[in-house]
Structures are given as structure tokens and as C-alpha cells.
Design a protein around this ligand. Structure first.
Ligand code: GTP
Ligand code: MG
Length: 235
């Protein structure tokens, strides 16, 4: 059992296949048999573990294989929820932006990309998702303008997509450990201040894994999201 839990957001336009992808990654096979469309209301959170292989040069660690707990946020693509995302997006360690390559959705992709602008580009994967197996699956493509610096992978529901997802987890893990090391150094310099709970900036708090304040902070984030959704739905 890993002591590290990474929060990964799966976002993108409505009906692009986010829920189907999340169910596939979490191996919820029963729900894969349903072809009915049920729009996600707000967010669903799925928890599972993935075994990843870390680049030992990047992590300064001897062990190459590690198991991480993943908290996957399957977000609604409906724009009515846009006002909620700034309040919670910065609890993410990584993000997958999914869109349908047959529709003109670059504007939506850019909107979602902007919610995660605090991250390195390596922590964000963009999947051009096809419901039917694309002829060139796994192929890299490019978007225009500001998004041209991002690698876009052509995906469908298959093992190759799981491997692309694992790359996001590895990059998220690396960013997480770098952040933690930086915080530890800073805390060392500041003569060990007590961990601070800072909603909307968990990664900058110096909170340790298994620290109960961490889950208290998360509970408060969830409460805040609930309040925001209630507000949006009443409008
Ligand atoms: N056959 C097949 N159907 C898919 C695939 N991905 C999605 N679908 C179907 O497409 C429809 C929409 O998929 P969802 O995964 O619910 O879309 P979503 O992006 O979560 O949509 P919102 O929650 O509204 O944002 C559903 O009927 C799914 O069953 C896929 O890879 N293969
Ligand atoms: Mg959905």
C-alpha cells in the first residue's frame, strides 16, 4: 500500500468520453457494458492503485517500481460548473484533458488548460479520444496556438491509453516529490514550522502524508465544492 495519494483530474467537453475512460482506468468493467449516456453532475471521485515505473535518474531513488494511490476526479464537462473549478483545481497533481478530435473543441481544451496553468505541462496529458479504435492510435498530434506546445495523444479505451495515463502519474509523482523536497528544505531553514492547512494550495503547505490535517483539509475542500455546486444549480 502506497503512502502517496495523487489527485488526477479528468476534464474536457461534455460527452467526450471522460466517464467511460475513468471507469476503464478504475477497472469498473460492469459500467463499461452500458452505452447509455448519463451526464456527470459535478464530479465523481474514483479511488484505485496503479503500479508505476519511475525514472530513477529523475527521482534520485533506487527503487524503480512503486504503487501509488490515485484519486481520479471525473469532472462534468458542462460549462455551468466552470465557476467551481478554480476553487478545487489546484488540489490536483495531474490532469487529463479529453476531447473529441472530430469536433472543433480547441476553445474548450484551452479553457480547461487554463484551470491548470499552475502545473508544469508534463503534468497535463491531452487525449484526442475516439470511441472507435482510431487508425493511428497512440499517434502524437498538435493543436494550434497556445496549445501547440502540448503533446496530444490519439486514444481509445485500450492498454496503450493506460500506459499514457501512467506517464501522467509518473510526472505528477515527480512534481509532488520535488515540491515536498522543496518544502522540507524551506521548513528546515524556517526551523520547522508546524504544518499549515491552506485551502486551495495543499501542495504548498508542507503537509505530510498520513497527517490527519491533510484529510481535514480535503474534507473542507469537498464542502466548498458542494457549496459552489449548490450555488450554481440554484442560479
Ligand atoms: N463504444 C464507446 N462508447 C463510448 C466511449 N467513450 C464514451 N462512450 C459513450 O459516449 C457517451 C458519452 O460518454 P461519457 O463518458 O459519459 O461522456 P463524458 O465526457 O463523461 O460526459 P459528461 O459527463 O457529460 O461531461 C456514453 O454513451 C458512452 O457510453 C468509448 O471509448 N467507446
Ligand atoms: Mg461524465
Amino acid at each position: 500500500m502506497s503512502s502517496i495519494k495523487l489527485t488526477i483530474f479528468v476534464v474536457g467537453p461534455p460527452r467526450s468520453g471522460k466517464t467511460a475512460l475513468c471507469n476503464y482506468l478504475a477497472e469498473l468493467s460492469e459500467s463499461l457494458n452500458s452505452s447509455q449516456y448519463h451526464p456527470t453532475e459535478g464530479v465523481r471521485i474514483l479511488e484505485f492503485e496503479r503500479k508505476i515505473v519511475l525514472d530513477s535518474k529523475k527521482t534520485n531513488s533506487k527503487s524503480k517500481e512503486t504503487i501509488v494511490s490515485v484519486e481520479l476526479w471525473d469532472c462534468s464537462g458542462d460549462p455551468k460548473f466552470y465557476p467551481c473549478w478554480p476553487a478545487v483545481a489546484n488540489t490536483a497533481h495531474g490532469a487529463v484533458i479529453l476531447f473529441s478530435p472530430d469536433s472543433k473543441q480547441e476553445k474548450e481544451v484551452e479553457t480547461w488548460y487554463n484551470f491548470f496553468s499552475f502545473m508544469k505541462d508534463s503534468q497535463i496529458a491531452v487525449f484526442a479520444h475516439k470511441m472507435m479504435s482510431p487508425s493511428q492510435k497512440g499517434a502524437k498530434m498538435k493543436l494550434a496556438g497556445k496549445l501547440s506546445k502540448l503533446n496530444v495523444t490519439s486514444t481509445t479505451l485500450d492498454e496503450q491509453t493506460k500506459a499514457e495515463f501512467d506517464t501522467v502519474i509518473c510526472n505528477a509523482y515527480q512534481a509532488y516529490t520535488e515540491n515536498r523536497e522543496r518544502e522540507e528544505q524551506k521548513n528546515g531553514r524556517q526551523q520547522h514550522h508546524a504544518p499549515r492547512v491552506n485551502i486551495g494550495g495543499l501542495h504548498e503547505t508542507g503537509i505530510q502524508e498520513n497527517d490527519p490535517t491533510n484529510s481535514v483539509a480535503l474534507d473542507r475542500v469537498y464542502d466548498m465544492v458542494q457549496l459552489q455546486w449548490d450555488f450554481v444549480q440554484k442560479r
